[in-house]
Every structure is written in C-alpha cells, then in structure tokens.
Design a protein around this ligand. Structure first.
Ligand code: KG4
Ligand code: ZN
Length: 410
C-alpha cells in the first residue's frame, strides 16, 4: 500500500483573502501595512501532520533569521491499530486523526503555556500522503485559522523531513547533500537553501523503507517492519548471506531495491527447505505474507538474514551518499526520514564521513519518523526564507501525489 493512491479532493471556502504574512525581509517591505507581523516580535507557527498513520501537532517560534525553536510537540501513533491488518488502512487512519488532533492541540498549547490566540500562522501537511488523512489536518488547520483570523500555509511532507535536522542539537548549514530515506522515497539531493533542491538521484522502484518493510513482512515481523527488522538484525551476522546490492556500481546516484526483496524471499525459502522441519498447513494461508516455515527456523538464522538484509540496504545508501558528496564537492551530509533512525546506517555513515572529513547531521531520533514539529519548522523556514507566504485563504487543497521538485515553483 502506498501513501499516495487517491485523487486529490479540494474544498473551497469563500472567506475573503487578506494580505499574506511573511517575515522575509524582501517580502516584508512589500507588506508593511500587514498588521499582524512585527519584525522584532517572534512569530508562533502551529503545525499539523496527518499524512499517514501518525497525528502530530507542534508549536515553533520564529524570530528573525535564527533557526526556529520548538516550543512543544505531541504525537499519536496509530501503529497498534493498523498492526492487526499488516499495514495502514486509509479509512481507519483518517478517522483516528479526527479523534486525536484536538486533544493533541490542547496538549501542545498547554505544554508551551501559550493560547491559540497567540498563534500567528497555522501550518499543515498538504501532501504527499493519504488523501483522506491529509484532509483531516488541512480541514482542521484552515478552520482553526479562519476562526482565529490567522493565515495558513500548506507544507510538503518531505520538505518537513528534509529540514527536520535543523531542530537537532547540531543543526546543519546550507549547502549540503541530503539523503532522504522515508517509507516511500529514497532520494539524494543537493540542497542550497530552503526550496533550493537539486535532485541528484532517486529510487527507480521500491524505496529503502519499503525494502525494510517488505523484507520484514517475509520474516513475519509485521508492521511497521523497519524497526522490527533492525532489532532482530542486532543479534545477527551481516555477512551470513550474500544478498544483492542493487545499482551499487551503476555509476549514477539512482537506487533500486525491488530485487533485494525478491532475493530475501528466495533466501528465506532456501533456509526453510534446508531446515527440513514440517510446515504447518495454516502457515500457507497466513495473511501476514511471511515465508511459510520461517518462524520455525532457529532465531540465530532469522537474525542472520535480517542483519544481511539491513547490511545490503545500508551499503547501497552509504556508497551512493559518498558518491554524491564527491560529485558535488560538498562537505556536509544531512540524513532524514524514517530509515534515518537506523543505527547500522548511522554507524556506517558516521565512519565513512569521518574518514572523509565530512560533517553528518541527523534529526533527533524521535523526529526521524512523521511528526508535527517538522511541519511547523518547514513552514517557519519557508516564511523566513521568503520562499512562501501564509495567506488568509482557507480554501484548502491537498496533494496526495506531489513531487518535491515542484516546490521550486510554489
Ligand atoms: O519517514 P517515515 O516516518 O514515513 C514516510 O514519510 O514514509 O518513514 C517510515 C519508514 C518505514 O518504512 C519504516 O519501516 C522505516 O521508516 N523505519 C526504519 C526504522 N525506523 C523507521 N527503518 C529501518 N530502521 C529503523 N530503525
Ligand atoms: Zn514521513
């Protein structure tokens, strides 16, 4: 299941659009009659994330050209609810976002000791993601902003991931090479500033996150597979099985992980056959997608396959990242997205970057996967850079499919 398999719905609201709000100096001059922005005063941005199976709300403070400061954030993960189905059920996800978003908003405002009236800009994830899930965040954000008479701003989910390391204790500086490894995307970019992204390479089929998730499913590890596979891999031998490193020597910066999943399937079937233990008939009809008999293998054998799979994915990501640094001549690497939480990947990147004198930056571990903080941050940084304005235009429009490159023309 992908996050982007529905047609983008739109909703229109006829509320009269007032002048936009932005702290970027160039645009600020144009809007000197805008009553809600004062240059010396901090700007509070409230952000909502609801693109998939996590409801996130956060409040950041933006002042001048300083890196925006996270005041509070709250998150509810639906993982438990979807686990029974082996993946995200879009309709259940939307309904749960509706249930969670207001209590989380109250939690954030309470923990930041601010009131909604103090919020200057409301931001939300406009895409990519599940259409129904996105609509919950967009609808709530626009309704809230209209009620508060504050401007709104729709944010690209991947830009949120990409900029999330700016909330870490060791924020990067532009320019840098970005390795964006989320559930549905694997991309290498040259990043020269907010909204200034050059695609260097991307996956031609499965993303690294999908490779983790699909391999984990074959091993009966359920959903979400990445963290479970990583945990099992911790006890395994990464050299136990020689799995393919797709496109490792292709000479370009593209990725392909679909073949790896097939190799894991074939290897797991071989292991089951070699083990020789009878397979219960029920295992052939399991909806889980696990290789029948895999669960009966010795735990060490399972861990070895998990470790070998993880090593194959990490090797490709690390090698291509080093090539991207060499090609661009940049000395800074930023890793973002859920797979960026992987310890094996971090260790290898740290070692390779240290050997080349390259600085490497990650989001805080709890901000690697989806969250509201990265959405509020991306909105704040877009305002700060003058790339985008927040407007009192409450006709919202979600974009389940939305290439990051198109942000350049936003
Ligand atoms: O960025 P993200 O939260 O969602 C998208 O925007 O897609 O990424 C989710 C992906 C999933 O594929 C999940 O299995 C993977 O990140 N992931 C991990 C780890 N934590 C999350 N993969 C490997 N190791 C981890 N520790
Ligand atoms: Zn994400």
């Amino acid at each position: 299941m992908t996050k982007a398999d529905a047609v983008p719905p739109t909703a229109q609201n006829q509320h009269q659009a007032a002048p936009p709000v932005t702290p970027a100096a160039s645009v600020r001059n144009k809007l000197s009659d805008e009553p809600t922005y004062r240059e010396a005063q901090p700007l509070l941005v409230l952000g909502f994330e609801s693109s998939c199976d996590e409801t996130g709300v956060a409040l950041v403070e933006l002042q001048g050209q300083a890196v925006p400061r996270l005041l509070a954030h709250a998150l509810f993960s639906q993982v438990e609810m979807h686990q029974a189905f082996g993946g995200v059920v879009p309709e259940l996800a939307s309904r749960d976002h509706i249930r969670r978003v207001l209590p989380l908003t109250t939690e954030v405002m309470t923990s930041a000791r601010r009131s909604l009236k103090e919020v200057d800009v409301v931001a939300y994830t406009r895409g990519p993601g599940l259409a129904g899930a996105l609509l919950v965040g967009a609808g709530l954000a626009c309704a809230l902003a209209a009620a508060l008479d504050k401007p709104v701003l729709g944010v690209h989910h991947l830009e949120g991931h990409l900029l999330s390391p700016f909330l870490s204790a060791d924020p990067p500086q532009f320019p840098f090479v970005a390795l964006l490894v989320s559930g549905g995307h694997t991309q290498l970019m040259r990043v020269d500033g907010v909204g200034r992204y050059d695609m260097l390479g991307e996956t031609i089929d499965d993303a690294a996150g999908e490779a983790f998730d699909k391999s984990a499913k074959l091993m009966g590890l359920g959903y979400p597979g990445g963290p479970a596979l990583a945990a099992l891999a911790a006890q395994g031998d990464p050299k136990a099985y020689a799995l393919p490193r797709p496109l490792l020597h292709s000479g370009d910066l593209d990725f392909s992980f679909a073949g790896l999943k097939t190799a894991v399937l074939v290897q797991s079937q071989k292991m089951v056959a070699a083990h020789g233990a009878p397979i219960a008939p029920s295992e052939y009809t399991l909806a889980s997608g696990a290789t029948p008999g895999f669960g009966a293998l010795p735990v060490q054998a399972q861990a070895d396959l998990a470790a070998s799979t993880q090593a194959a994915i990490a090797d490709v990501l690390v090698k291509k990242s080093m090539t991207a640094l060499k090609t661009t001549g940049l000395q800074r690497l930023v890793v973002a997205g859920g797979v960026g939480a992987n310890r094996c990947l971090r260790e290898q990147l740290n070692a390779q970057c240290a050997a080349r004198g390259v600085r490497v930056h990650y989001p805080e571990l709890h901000l690697c996967t989806d969250n509201g903080a990265m959405i509020a941050l991306a909105a704040a940084m877009r305002l700060q850079s003058g790339m985008q304005e927040a407007k009192r235009d409450y006709g919202f429009h979600v974009q389940p499919r939305w290439p990051l490159q198109s942000l350049l023309s936003a």
